[in-house]
Design a protein around this ligand. Structure first.
Ligand code: AMP
Length: 366
């Protein structure tokens, strides 16, 4: 029996587990058959712990019993209250990891123990230690903690590129934005710059769309808008519309409020205009990372998109404008990190399908 070569992307919004097998990476589905497991934990009234989609659905119905986006607090003393019990971020992360482990075991029919787990490049020693502890609590052995941008680079075979290749990793998730510059030279991948905004992501674009929609429903009074702003169930039609706008040039959004239907057509241009402030915020970490690495946009060899929110066409368009290059395609943006982590596991086990590279992932400012 060969050793399982597994990588885990323990994400702020979603987590995934991937396997390197027969010379390629494959994602392992969870018990619902989904590749993405929402990084959400909830406790029911009778004390049952729910993880993933079932927990995410309780974010609006049982917010006092549900925790999300706890990755931001790894290694801190913050306590999350789930009913009358308290959890630290690493304990909640351990529950996510345990759920991924158990689902993968059920799928693979084998025990899962050794894994590569990814962490943001900017995680300090305490946050990395907290991730290690979460893995231990989940019954996992961490082969290596790998920087997320390095994992994304591996998913695009950075380890097979000529020396001095430079990749920029543009990672826009649900609630965070990270830009990293990777240098590859002689088997060493170095994160030469890392910048970001911990409170900027797809959720902010959703808010912008909501704002745009509410403004267009001219029949709504100011107090209706205030009420609607607090109403959690308008989230879903807006999320669907936001994703549709990544495929189509316009969408009809309709919501029911106090027995009446409000319907409005929103075009991509409307959405882009409503998001213009967010675009200038996205620009700042990009400029900072380039400045810190002392590089011009032309000196970047490839741009890799990571995170579901990079599916918005306006993101690629803004990148083409700045770098005069089309971002690399081929790996789903929300899967690249998990796939890269599995490649790292395969490199550790010296998989015959991969060139022998001793990959060292250097993080000069951790
Ligand atoms: P992640 O943390 O990588 O799972 O990213 C989740 C974010 O990506 C959420 O804010 C989603 O709304 C957003 N997202 C996922 N798919 C799309 C899409 N097709 N178009 C726009 N945003 C998307």
């Amino acid at each position: 029996m060969t050793t399982l070569q597994l990588g885990i992307d323990l994400g702020t919004t979603n987590s995934l587990i991937a396997q390197f097998i027969d010379g390629e990476t494959k994602l392992i589905p969870n018990r619902l058959g989904h590749f993405l497991t929402p990084s959400v934990v909830s406790m029911t009234e009778d004390g049952t712990i729910l993880v993933g989609l079932a927990a995410r659905e309780r974010l609006s119905t049982a917010p006092g019993h549900t925790a999300a986006a706890f990755k931001r607090f790894m290694g801190t003393d913050k306590r999350f209250h789930l009913g009358n019990q308290q959890f630290r971020a690493e304990e909640l992360s351990a529950l996510i990891l345990k759920s991924l482990k158990e689902d993968a075991e059920a799928y693979l029919q084998e025990e899962v123990r050794d894994v590569v787990i990814t962490v943001p490049a900017y995680f300090n020693a305490i946050q990395r230690q907290a991730t290690q502890q979460a893995a231990q609590m989940a019954g996992l052995n961490v082969l290596r903690l790998l920087n997320e941008p390095t994992a994304a680079g591996l998913a695009y075979n950075l380890q097979e590129k000529p020396d001095n290749t430079r990749f920029l990793i543009y990672d826009l998730g649900g609630g965070t934005f990270d830009v990293s510059i990777l240098d590859y030279f002689d088997g060493v991948v170095q994160v030469s710059a890392s910048a970001g905004d911990n409170h900027l992501g797809g959720e902010d674009f959703l808010q912008a769309l909501k704002h745009c929609f509410l403004q267009r429903c001219t029949e709504l009074s100011k107090s209706d808008i205030e009420k609607l702003n607090l109403q959690k169930d308008i989230w879903q039609p807006l999320e669907i519309a936001k994703r549709q706008l990544s495929q189509e040039s316009e969408v009809d959004i309709s919501i029911n409020f106090e027995g009446k239907e409000y319907k409005t057509r929103i075009t991509r241009e409307d959405f882009q205009q409503a998001s213009s402030v967010l675009f200038s915020r996205l620009r700042q970490p990009l400029e900072r990372a380039l400045r810190d690495a002392r590089l011009n946009p032309e000196q970047i060899d490839g741009i890799i998109l990571v995170g579901g929110a990079t599916r918005m066409p306006m993101i690629s368009r803004s990148i083409v404008q700045l770098f005069k290059k089309i971002p690399q395609l081929g790996v789903n943006p929300d899967e690249a990190i998990a796939r890269g982590a599995a490649i790292q596991a395969a490199l550790i086990f010296r998989n015959q399908h991969l060139d022998e590279v001793i990959l060292t992932d250097v993080m000069p400012f951790s």
